[in-house]
Design a protein around this ligand. Structure first.
Ligand code: COA
Length: 378
């Protein structure tokens, strides 16, 4: 039996692999900054378009820089016909699988696909950020037997998301909620999907490869899939009175409460506070306050866990918000993915700027020098 004695860092917990200026999480205090700006200031005052610009370029845009950038996004929202055909062929797959496939296929149509310079990578990131909402909504309509809707140059990315999904000019208050949700998901340190994107970039693969990896890694329920699971939980709970028993039964059976816990936050995730307020107001506006009440009750019952640092994360309230906006549950992770493309892009640019192959090791615990036996004698 071979046994190496080097120290194991399972899950890469507390391992720092590089430096960044993209975002910083103070997990103990429950604070988050993008490029040095507090998430609270950004969520309260900025559009997603401003935040994309900030995350990708490092600075908030001036009005004229923003106008040019918004035009660039708008010019790139339409998909090539062949991508719509691919969406048709794969329409029965999970929306994240379709998004991953379509983003991967877009590489074939991007004239700068092999150019890994910072300038080209940022241009490609801008195009992919613009194209992603069109992919998600085109798929949602095609699988329902509806025609896709072309993006409107008069709407923001968030407005277009709702417009292309439902076919009606959205309520500005609903648009604001999706816009803020995109802002809150734009960037988040070395989470698993950003790490995946960086691993791709570290081999000098291009941005389309890195974002395809990011989408793949995001799909799991321990990462982006939690919002959908929280909504499933809320539907199972059904009413506030059942919440306490549900939580006790789940935890008693060794299960986890989805939307709780985080590798870095040991306090309430600051992003969840914004979504919590938005969900409360939305529930009242739509005459359906019960989802907020159910989730609030779960938070109350989870108080002993919160004291251990297992608190509500960004996914806890977002699922109910999407649900009240009429968005199908299996699209929830795709909304997260659309919001995160700027963050993945920024980190890929950082990785390229000071590249080193990401290649950790595994401790080998198997046998060595086993006797080889020819196939006819086994
Ligand atoms: N419900 C109940 N207990 C939880 C929990 C949850 N949601 N999340 C973590 N814990 C407990 C674990 O059971 C473990 O307890 P133990 O030390 O007694 O064994 C302890 O907290 C540490 O959990 P661990 O899985 O080692 O932490 P991690 O940093 O590897 O995991 C998550 C982080 C996000 C994967 C984890 O908290 C989780 O599964 N949460 C639910 C899924 C979710 O909401 N994901 C979205 C993240 S944004």
């Amino acid at each position: 039996m071979a046994e190496e004695t080097s120290t194991l860092h399972r899950g890469l917990r507390e391992v720092y692999i590089d430096r960044t200026t993209s975002s910083y999480i103070d997990g103990k205090a429950g604070k988050l900054w993008y490029r040095g700006y507090s998430i609270d200031d950004l969520a309260s005052n900025c559009t997603f378009e401003e935040v994309i610009y900030l995350v990708m370029n490092g600075e908030l845009p001036t009005q004229s820089e923003l106008d040019t950038f918004v035009q660039e996004l708008s010019d790139n929202m339409t998909l090539p016909e062949a991508i719509i055909d691919i969406i048709r062929i794969t329409k029965d797959a999970h929306p994240m699988d379709v998004l991953r496939t379509a983003i991967s296929a877009l590489a074939a149509f991007d004239p700068e696909v092999n150019d890994n310079s910072a300038e080209a990578t940022l241009r490609k990131g801008t195009r992919l950020t613009a194209q992603a909402p069109t992919i998600v909504t085109t798929h949602a309509r095609i699988r329902n037997g509806q025609d896709p809707i072309n993006p409107s140059p008069d709407l923001s990315l968030a407005g277009n998301f709702l417009y292309m999904l439902f076919g009606e000019i959205p309520d500005p208050e609903d648009t604001k909620l999706i816009d803020k949700d995109f802002v809150l998901h734009a960037e988040h340190g070395l989470n698993a999907s950003s790490f995946g994107a960086r691993v791709s970039a570290s081999t000098q693969a291009d941005l389309h490869c890195a974002i395809t990896t990011g989408i793949s890694v995001l799909k799991g329920p321990s990462h982006g899939g939690a919002a959908e699971s929280v909504m499933t939980m809320s539907l199972e709970i059904g009413s506030e009175e059942n919440a306490e028993q549900y939580v006790k039964d789940t935890l008693g059976g060794g299960g986890r409460i989805m939307g709780f816990g985080h590798r870095i936050y040991k306090a309430v995730d600051p992003r969840s506070i914004h979504i919590q307020d938005d969900l409360k107001a939305l529930g009242e506006r739509k005459g359906e306050p019960k989802w907020y009440s159910i989730l609030q009750k779960v938070v109350e019952v989870m108080a002993p866990y919160s004291r251990r640092g297992i608190c509500q994360n960004v996914d806890f309230f977002s699922g109910a918000m999407y649900y009240l906006l009429g968005i199908p549950e299996d699209l929830f992770i795709s909304i997260f993915a659309v919001g995160r493309i700027p963050g993945w892009t920024a980190q890929v640019v950082e990785q390229f700027e000071n590249n080193i192959l990401l290649r950790p090791r595994l401790q080998y615990v198997g046998e060595l020098d086993r006797e080889f036996i020819a196939i006819e004698n086994r």
